[in-house]
Design a protein around this ligand. Structure first.
Ligand SMILES: Cc1cc2nc3c(=O)[nH]c(=O)nc-3n(C[C@H](O)[C@H](O)[C@H](O)COP(=O)(O)OP(=O)(O)OC[C@H]3O[C@@H](n4cnc5c(N)ncnc54)[C@H](O)[C@@H]3O)c2cc1C
Length: 462
């Protein structure tokens, strides 16, 4: 008989977890994973695979979980993904594989994300496997950025026998996985271990190298490298453009989360203490980044954490499971509200002036545009504010590269199927092309670009 509901997963109690950075959920135990795997219908035409941007053979790995063949299950996943422990934790599964699961048409979908995480954690605990690398081709590729896009390109190119060096501006690899997403959702040792697989595959890492400042892409292409992939992400925070935004108690979410994540990492000895937060913290925004910032503020000692969002709950761009966790932890929401000024006494934030909004006609994104309601201004007290309204690409790489076409947001114009840019031999993918998106979308772009780079290198060699 089909079980209609997912096998539940254990979670730390919200009252306890807001006082620690330990992962919210320990994930499935073996028996729980097998019970959930038994729910999979093993469809002849698995729509879940189409829903996954890197096309993991989902029924294939779940069938092996059901048979307790966990080493075989991870081998199936690693045919398509280098970051299963990451994706098992942070992918918006409900919009991707689980959203496309046939079981989900009538009952709860199979908990594919939790099963992926279980298999990946089992692999880490039992000495992770290492995907095979191809015979050396003599070709070399430079990858700019060590986030999910760059790591995926690197792994895929090593599989095909090309030598790969990743240039990363920070002294640690991992991109947003390491310095953006908080440890209570994605522990940093998990990221380090997954990157260890790429080290074992022979990927070289040049950490602390800022491309555009230390080298230009043209210098890399003129010297050691036959092709370049740019996966430099989107790390330039957007600003509200309102008075008081430069006060010391007003953070960008990027800086706030980066600072929190770097405390304790040996590569960052200067980050000894987390950012200071006051009693009442207000976060502005509605995506995963805003949820992460508001939840982090609680863990750093805020007594009240409030999210201001200018649309309604229905338009929140954060994933459903993150919104649920945020609400459970006691973060409050004020919808249809936008800040218009930060006010300080002796340089310390004391309050925010806000205005109520209503939803007008749809804008270019198809969502109804928020419009201020005249005369609805009001004041709210605040000790700390965190601005989480999105990011654009940092212009350093693109400005220092001649002939690279960009769109109006400063993102690189690249073919979505191949990552080809306006410059032959230069490919791009991930957030620097799409603006902030998701881990698995960046990985998918990396995978497609690696196939195109491989074709380019082989044609070049003929
Ligand atoms: C707080 C937060 C929470 C998120 N939560 C989720 C989530 O739950 N689920 C999800 O799927 N997605 C989430 N995302 C989005 C996701 O993390 C990104 O879409 C993804 O990391 C993009 O991958 P990327 O490889 O393109 O770029 P990044 O991960 O940004 O990596 C780019 C790398 O390039 C390096 N770099 C930049 N410029 C240079 C240069 N000039 N020279 C050398 N190196 C350079 C950067 O230091 C960085 O390491 C979140 C993002 C944030 C910020």
């Amino acid at each position: 008989m089909i079980r209609q509901h997912q096998t539940p997963v254990r979670m730390q109690d919200p009252h306890t977890r807001i006082h620690n950075f330990t992962e919210v959920s320990p994930g499935y135990a073996e028996q729980e994973a097998i019970a959930e795997a038994e729910r999979c219908l093993q469809c002849a035409h698995p729509t879940c695979v189409e829903g996954c941007p890197v096309h993991i053979n989902i029924p294939g790995f779940i069938a092996r979980v059901k048979e307790r063949r966990f080493a075989d299950a991870i081998a199936v996943i690693e045919e398509a993904s280098y970051l299963p422990a990451v994706c098992g934790r942070v992918c918006p599964h409900e919009d991707q594989c689980e959203g496309a699961c046939v079981m989900g048409k009538r009952f709860e979908p199979v908990a594919i994300g939790r099963l992926e995480r279980f298999v990946a954690d089992w692999d880490i605990a039992h000495g992770p496997c290492c995907p095979p690398v191809g015979p050396p081709t003599g070709r070399r590729v430079a990858v700019i950025g060590s986030g999910p896009a760059g790591l995926t390109v690197a792994g895929e190119l090593r599989k095909r026998g090309h030598a790969v060096t990743i240039f990363e501006r920070l002294p640690v690899a991992g991109g947003v996985l390491m310095y953006g997403i908080p440890a209570f959702r994605l522990p940093k040792d998990i990221v380090t271990r997954e990157i260890g697989v790429l080290h074992r595959m022979g990927v070289q890492f040049e950490l602390g190298r800022f491309v555009g400042r230390d080298y230009t892409l043209d210098e890399l292409l003129a010297t050691d490298y036959d092709a370049v992939f740019i996966g430099a992400g989107a790390s330039l925070p957007r600003q509200l453009g309102i008075p008081g935004e430069d006060l010391p108690d007003v953070y960008t979410a990027d800086n706030f989360l980066l600072h929190t994540n770097l405390v304790g990492l040996p590569e960052f000895p200067d980050y000894t203490d987390p950012p200071h937060v006051g009693k009442r913290v207000i976060t502005i925004g509605g995506g995963n980044v805003a949820m992460d910032a508001a939840r982090t503020a609680l863990r750093l000692g805020a007594e009240e954490s409030i999210i201001l969002y200018r649309r309604t709950a229905a338009e929140l761009p954060a994933s459903g499971k993150e919104i649920a966790c945020t609400t459970d932890e006691g973060v409050q929401f004020q919808f249809l509200t936008a800040p218009i000024r930060f006010t300080a006494v002796d340089d310390h934030l004391t309050r925010m002036e806000c205005v109520r909004m209503k939803l007008g006609a749809p804008d270019a994104s198809g969502r109804r545009r928020p419009v201020p309601i005249p005369g609805s201004e009001f004041t709210i007290s605040a000790d700390t504010a965190i601005v989480a309204i999105g990011n654009d690409p940092h212009p350093l790489v693109t400005r220092s590269t001649y002939g690279l076409e960009l769109n109006r947001h400063g993102c690189i114009n690249a073919d979505p199927e191949t990552g080809e840019t306006s410059r032959p031999g230069i490919f791009a993918g991930g957030d620097i092309v799409t603006c902030p998106s998701t881990v698995v979308e960046a990985m998918g772009a990396g995978k497609r670009a690696a196939a195109a780079i491989d074709r380019y290198l082989r044609q070049k060699g003929e």
